[in-house]
Design a protein around this ligand. Sequence first.
Ligand SMILES: Cc1cc2nc3c(=O)[nH]c(=O)nc-3n(C[C@H](O)[C@H](O)[C@H](O)COP(=O)(O)O)c2cc1C
Length: 202
Amino acid sequence: MELPAYYNDLKKAWQKSVALMCEGVGSNSHGMHTVTIATEANDKPDLRTVVLRSFDELTKTLTFHTDSRSHKVSHIVMNPNVAVLAYSYDEKIQLRMHGQAIVHHQDALTRERFDGVTPSARRCYLSSDAPGTTLDDPTVALAEIFQTDSYDKNDTECAYEHFAVVEVKLTSLDWLYLHHQGHRRARFEFDGETTKQQWLVP
Ligand SMILES: Cc1cc2nc3c(=O)[nH]c(=O)nc-3n(C[C@H](O)[C@H](O)[C@H](O)COP(=O)(O)O)c2cc1C
C-alpha cells in the first residue's frame, strides 16, 4: 500500500492536520466534527465533547459555541489553559493540542455567529437555569413553546443572552499517525509567526 505524502514530511503532516480540522468544521459526518476539550478547575481535569465551528490555519485558532453559564466557561475564566483532542478513525490520525482559551460574550464575533445559528440550535442556550443545575425531575428546562415546532427565529433571539463563542489559540499540536509499517509522531509548537516542528518517537 502506498504511503501517504505526510509519512516522512513534517510540513505535509501539518497541512494534513489543517485539512482534517477544516473538513471537520464543514461536515457533521466527519470524525473531527466534534473534538474533546479539557479544562482544569480546583486541581481537577474535566473533559467534554463540543462541535468544532472554525479552524484558522494562519492564527492557529479554533472556535466552538457554548452557553456562557456552563461550567467549562467558568473553568476557562479561572484558567485559560486548555487541551483539545481530535481523532480521525478513517485517517488514523490523532491530534493533541494545547492552547489558550478566550470566552466571547455579547461582542461582534458572538453577534455574527449567533445570526447563523438555526432557531432549533438556539434552544441550547435557552434553558431556564444554567447547564448543570440540579433537578428534582428529568426535564429539558425549556419554556413550553420551545418544546413544540411553533417558534421562529424571532422567538429565539433571547438565547443571545447566554450564547458564547470560545476561541482557542493553539500553542502546540502533537500529531500521531498510525500505520502498520511504523507509526509517525511529530510535535508542532507555535509562537507568534514562528512554528517549531519536530519528529518524535511514536
Ligand atoms: C456530540 C456532542 C456535541 C456537543 N457539542 C457541544 C457544543 O458544541 N457546545 C457545548 O457547549 N456543549 C456541547 N455538547 C455537550 C457537552 O459535551 C457538555 O455535556 C456540556 O456542554 C456541559 O459541559 P460543562 O459542564 O463542562 O460546561 C456536546 C455533546 C455531544 C455528545
